[in-house]
Design a protein around this ligand. Structure first.
Ligand code: F6P
Length: 550
């Protein structure tokens, strides 16, 4: 990889960046109405398809020249070499000195993927086989609780990547799930989360899956301890119950054993799987328990189909590259600093939350890999809600507010659970929103409708709000895998060009460390000697006083 990409300034000084800036300056005033008027076939031409996903990017503010210049930037920053380095298992997570091999989690059993001369694929398939055997036993009722009852509820305890992937996948694939089993997800250190998740469950029929890559995460350990006490209370404190009601998913066997879970009941993964890239590792055990091993294999096949497309398809029709480059254009040249993810599919209700960690923990960075401050914007804010709900809350701001927001619409041609004509209504709204955002309504059009003059400015829609639409036939495990891999690789494309480490997360450490000190200060019986700023000190004192500890 070339040296001048090691500085932030290096990127903006590149001729390809400057060409994009000049192009943006020339085309800033051009509207989507004009783009479409100039090319009546744009709607069909600005589209690409892979792994069961159809991407329409015609309503983005780009033309052939924009796309060519973006690809030139990708070439100049050696995107292809970066992609190969990831797939080959090089230590591209430089600040943690780790390989980034989530793609190996979905590799076929006969693939060979080495890191440090060791083929990781056999280990991946060993764990998948153990997960499948365990899932079959639980689902069939062969796995019994401590007093011989079958398991009827599975509670996943984890946070961040050890929660968001599992809960998103469970919700997304609920249609395919074993309905006799209840699934709950506990993440927050707020005890309410655990209490509400378990209040109607019987501990004698409940299995806890404690997920933590490090097995040192405060929230997860606090909830796992609460779960153990809750379970032991149902078995008169008999410690032998733990083996039947707790399994762990982690990279840290030592801490798992220290917690009291037999490592025979542990499903492992590896340091080359980032937490937010782990839903297809053993962290997906709850997903496999819900949809079964075959469903999980379909999910992995969807990931793999997108991986292969990303690795081998030309950039011109490569979905993650297109979305990544257009996102970079929106961020750096159109100054759009947020992306609304709008799935028109209720089953994808947790998808925006999942994407928030994937995108923002990955690309929320302000120094290059070499540690220099960037002089360009990096990861945009991701947020969203399923349509049509969002239409009745925040869409107003997207349509007529002063901020520029790019939208990703996601929809499916077929409903999994049809109800009258409601699916047509749902998808009609998706198409209508992207049309309204792109083309708006002019003052002349508003007047022509007979609108009183005083109301005209209020009823004008400027339009020119860019969006992409991802359309698939049906939400299946395979489609979900392809969709998640699409976003994983989109994040990769942008991180590679921005020259940041998309795979570390040092930004979460400071708060964690301060909370440890503060927790001790809140709990202390004696008046603690506070050395924070005056605001934090006052808040701590007030809290302690209200808790009778003054
Ligand atoms: O604090 C952030 C983070 O490290 C995430 O990256 C990770 O997904 C989450 O915490 C949970 O970590 P663990 O799986 O080690 O409990």
């Amino acid at each position: 990889m070339s040296d001048d990409n090691k500085t932030g300034a290096g990127l903006t000084a590149r001729p390809q960046w400057r060409a994009l800036q000049a192009h943006a300056d020339r085309h800033a005033g051009r509207s989507l109405r004009e783009y479409f008027a100039a090319d009546p076939t744009r709607g069909e031409r600005y589209a690409a398809e892979a792994a069961g996903l159809y991407l329409d990017y015609s309503k983005q503010r780009v033309d052939e020249e924009t796309l060519r210049l973006l690809r030139e930037l990708a070439d100049a920053t050696d995107l292809r070499a970066h992609v190969e380095a990831m797939f080959r298992g090089e230590r591209i997570n430089t600040t943690e000195h780790r390989a980034v091999l989530h793609t190996a989690l979905r590799a076929p059993a006969d693939a060979v993927i080495e890191t440090d001369g060791v083929d990781v694929v056999p280990g991946v398939h060993r764990v998948l086989d153990r997960m499948a055997a365990f899932a079959e036993r639980v689902r069939s009722g062969a796995w019994k609780g401590h007093d011989g009852r079958p398991i009827r509820a599975v509670v996943n305890i984890g946070i961040g990547g050890s929660d968001l992937g599992p809960v998103m996948a469970y919700e997304a694939l609920r249609h395919y799930s074993r309905r006799e089993l209840a699934f709950r997800f506990v993440s927050n250190v707020d005890g309410v989360d655990f209490l509400e998740a378990t209040r109607d469950l019987d501990a004698r029929e409940t299995l806890f899956v404690v997920c933590s890559k490090t097995f040192t995460t405060l929230e997860t350990l606090a909830n796992a301890h609460a779960a153990r006490s809750w379970t032991l209370a149902a078995f008169d404190g008999d410690l032998k119950a733990v083996a039947k009601h707790f399994v762990a998913v982690s990279t840290n066997a030592q801490e798992v054993a220290r917690f009291g879970i037999d490592t025979a009941n542990m499903f492992g993964f590896w340091d080359w799987v980032g937490g937010r890239y782990s839903m297809d590792s053993a962290i997906g055990l709850s997903t496999m328990l819900a949809i079964g091993p075959d469903g999980f294999r379909d999910l992995l096949a969807g990931f793999r189909a997108m991986d292969e497309h990303f690795r081998f398809a030309p950039f011109e029709r490569n979905l993650p590259v297109l979305i990544g480059l257009i996102g970079l254009w929106n961020t750096n040249f159109l100054q759009l600093d947020s992306v609304a993810v709008l799935p028109y599919e209720q089953y994808l209700k947790r998808f925006p939350a999942y994407l928030q960690q994937l995108t923002m923990e990955s690309n929320g960075k302000s120094v290059t890999k070499a540690g220099r401050r960037v002089d360009y914007a990096t990861g945009p804010v991701y947020w969203g809600e399923p349509g049509t709900n969002g239409q009745h809350s925040f869409y107003q701001l997207i349509h007529q507010g002063t901020r520029g927001i790019a939208c990703d619409f996601v929809g499916f041609c077929n409903a999994l659970t049809p109800l009258g004509d409601q699916h047509d209504l749902l998808i009609a709204n998706l198409f209508a929103q992207s049309e309204a955002l792109a083309f708006g309504k002019t003052a002349a059009e508003v007047r022509a409708e007979g609108t009183p003059e005083a109301l005209v400015p209020h009823r004008v829609f400027e339009g020119n709000r860019p969006s992409s639409t991802i359309l698939a036939d049906r939400l299946t495990p395979h489609t979900l895998g392809a969709l998640v891999a699409l976003y994983e690789h989109t994040v990769f494309v942008q991180g590679a060009i921005w020259d940041i480490d998309s795979f570390d997360q040092w930004g979460v450490e400071l708060g964690k460390a301060l909370a440890k000190t503060t927790a001790a200060e809140l709990a202390s019986q004696d008046e603690p000697k506070l050395a924070h700023d005056s605001s934090t000190n006052a808040l701590i004192r007030r809290y302690r006083a209200r808790r009778g500890k003054a």
